[in-house]
Design a protein around this ligand. Structure first.
Ligand code: XMP
Length: 326
């Protein structure tokens, strides 16, 4: 039997009751596979790795070793939430690595998008490997592989890039949600008691804010991006758009424009709002944000975010624009 193939008769997990059945069966399976040995997991805070973490904590408790690498390109409050939920609430064995300086130093002056991505990916593998070597006797690597990853890439994960660990670090894989679709993973997360804003969060790219802080990343512009994104997310949540819109974020380009504030001229960055709907990220349409809300968000960003004096709206569907700007 091919255990990477979803059985034709496997019922779709649509309710918490069905999710609880799935969880009970997976807990038993993992306990059988792992016994009292140790499992390592890269916990990004995204839906898939968070659900795998919560499930494995239930199955093997402290024998799950979670590593959360903060690459400095996370959204506001994200790493803090990982620590709050997994360390404080679920009592997980969590190692938090603040690699912000390491990443931003490596990325300084690099403006080519694919090179930025490569640096971010390679650095992640290096840091994860360094952390993994500090633990003794790890035999398993858990991954948040989900069914679309298997279908899309013929078994090779496209976006979950821990597959690139060195050859002398061979682990047996633990992939408890690999036969589930994204909506099912969310229901399982809900049944495991994870917070809604973790379970229903919008897609967020592995390179994080790095692909939205255009060109060569600087700390001050990254901060302006993070703050403007936080305001956009807060306003979308307040106005019932969170969970309704597929993906929404701000982008800060690496050029400045003139402005005027408190009777003085300014020379600061613009900030671009992008909000799209999609079902598979291959194509996307534009969410029509009410103008009153756009005015309010513009007023907040230009008055609260240091370094931004202008707000623009991206009206381009995919195609011709990609969802991200880099
Ligand atoms: P684009 O910009 O290609 O994005 O229309 C399609 C979807 O993929 C996400 N995306 C990424 N995810 N690593 C990721 O894990 C990446 O390098 C990456 N680039 C884009 C993007 O956010 C959108 O959901």
């Amino acid at each position: 039997m091919n255990d990477n193939k979803r059985p034709d008769d496997m019922a779709r997990i649509t309710t918490v009751e069905l999710a609880e059945k799935f969880i009970a069966a997976e807990v038993e399976k993992v306990q059988k596979q792992v016994g009292d040995r140790k499992v390592l997991l890269a916990l990004s805070g995204g839906v898939d790795s968070s659900v795998v973490a919560a499930l494995l904590i239930k199955a093997i408790g402290k024998n799950l070793y979670c590593v959360h690498v903060n690459h400095g390109l996370m959204r506001k409050g994200e790493s803090e939430q990982v620590i709050e939920v997994f360390q404080n609430q679920l009592d997980a064995n969590l190692t938090y690595v603040d690699a912000t300086d390491r990443y931003l130093d490596k990325l300084a002056g690099i403006d080519e998008p694919e090179q930025k991505r490569k640096i971010i990916g390679a650095e992640f593998i290096r840091i994860f490997e360094e952390e993994a070597r500090k633990f003794e006797g790890i035999e398993f690597l858990a991954q948040g592989t989900i069914y679309p990853d298997i279908i899309e890439s013929d078994g090779v994960k496209a976006h979950h890039n821990v597959g690139g660990l060195p050859e002398d670090m061979q682990f047996e894989l633990v992939e408890p949600v690999k036969l589930l679709y994204k909506d099912e993973v969310r229901v399982v997360g809900k049944a495991l008691g994870l917070p809604d804003d973790m379970v229903y969060r919008q897609p967020f790219p592995g390179p994080g804010l790095g692909v939205r802080c255009l060109g060569a990343i600087t700390r001050d512009r990254l901060e302006a991006l993070r703050e403007s994104d936080a305001i956009l997310r807060e306003e979308f949540a307040k106005n019932g758009l969170e969970g309704k819109v597929w993906q929404y974020f701000t982008v800060v380009p690496d050029f400045k424009t003139t402005g005027v504030k408190d009777g003085k001229r300014s020379y600061d960055w613009p900030c671009i709002i992008r909000a799209v709907n999609s079902s598979d990220a291959m194509t996307a349409t534009i969410e029509e944000i009410p103008y009153a809300l756009l005015h309010h968000i513009t007023a907040r960003i230009t008055s609260e975010v240091k370094g931004i004096n202008r707000v623009l709206l991206d009206l381009t569907p995919k195609p011709t624009g990609t969802i991200e700007w880099e």
